[in-house]
Ligand binder design. Sequence first.
Ligand code: NAD
Ligand code: SF4
Length: 436
Amino acid sequence: MTTSVNKPAPVTPVLTKRWLSPTSWSIKTYEQLEGYTALRKALAGTPEQLVELVKASGLRGRGGAGFPAGIKWSFMPPNEDKPHYLVINADEGEPGTCKDIPLMMADPHSLIEGCVIASYAMRSHHCFIYVRGEALHCIRRLNAAVREAHEAGYLGKDILGSGFDLEITVHAGAGAYICGEETALLDSLEGRRGQPRLKPPFPAAAGLYAAPTTVNNVETIASVPFIVNGGSDWFRTMGTEKSPGPKIYSISGHVTNPGQFEAPLGTTLRELLELAGGMKDGVPLKFWTPGGSSTPMFTAEHLDVPLDFEGAAAAGSMLGTTAVMVFNETVSVPWAVMKWTQFYEHESCGKCTPCREGTYWLTGILERMVDGKGTESDIDTLLDICDNILGRSFCALGDGAVSPITSGIKYFRDEFLALCDQNRAAQNSPAYAGAQ
Ligand code: NAD
Ligand code: SF4
């Protein structure tokens, strides 16, 4: 695991503040560093007060979409005619994204404390943490932390004498990217093949086992104990008005020190590059993604775009998972775009035609172009297929799949054309004519 160990200090050490402590994952260290103090405070109040607090903080979903967490919680019905569930989406799968697994490895109790508080707020007595199956080390660490929390009376029956009961189940996925989509995740949790469900109904109306359910990302829920202790005004001192709070940016690629860096929402790539020690070996930046490959790429022109939900969107991309992948001048854009598209083709669940067929054709065309056998009309065909996927697919995977292609052609059309020119030159060569 890469962490920010030996890296410059994070700008806002909130979620990552315990990461560098020895045995940061143990309950003993957690308790020594204010751990489970927020839970005591939360249980002394009412569920409604907690929902209002999270609403007032402006905390937005950290899984990529940025939906306001307190508003999502308020969709849960006030009655308990059916069991309520909190499901943590820990199926971190977006290319380049590496923030939830480091968080769970370094500080699993912040997630568990957040789960107990959020479950109390939503009157849930069973919480599931759905983790990528490949992250066995993380599943073991979470299970150990759940055991510790049970033994200390933070889980189970009558938590801290409050009368509130909660069990947490850590569930291993099986490595499908689509199971990070919240309704596919719920299908998978129910033991079925993970495929997205039609929304509405949203999970708060009919989620796990058709009961009221809230699905939240790991980083979102781990932020909750800090908000309970610090208050909503304190949380709003970081970030921007519409995107408050700190955020874990995972920086990978051609930087000197890749890893996780916590900084306020609205931090720019220029600032993040400083934290990450600059471009590796001083080779200039060519392109980068603000939030994984599903978010349209940026170039060196966008170094000063504020990386918050509004700033990234105003500049023509999305904040996504704040997975900042940095590429220097040595990387071919069509090649990188082909690799990402191969990923989406492989991970397409096959439920809807635009994505299932479209990603197949996109991959074939890109592979041919990168192989030097493309023609200029392939660029138009690529864009036409993208047009038929975007907004016409059943879930966000289809939309995400076209982002690298459309943005790659927008900023680096010449590179795609150069591949076609190579093919034209080869066809005009005497050797080609002789071979026909
Ligand atoms: P979405 O905007 O459809 O939904 C976001 C959340 O808000 C969901 O929980 C949804 O139930 C809720 N919601 C939205 N509208 C609602 C309404 N009207 N009523 C009640 N609830 C409502 O986005 P999504 O499809 O869940 O997620 C897409 C994002 O996921 C992308 O932006 C991408 O960045 C991100 N993503 C993340 C990963 C990862 O590894 N973390 C992987 C792939 C994609
Ligand atoms: Fe499945 Fe792709 Fe359609 Fe989503 S967009 S439902 S992943 S085929």
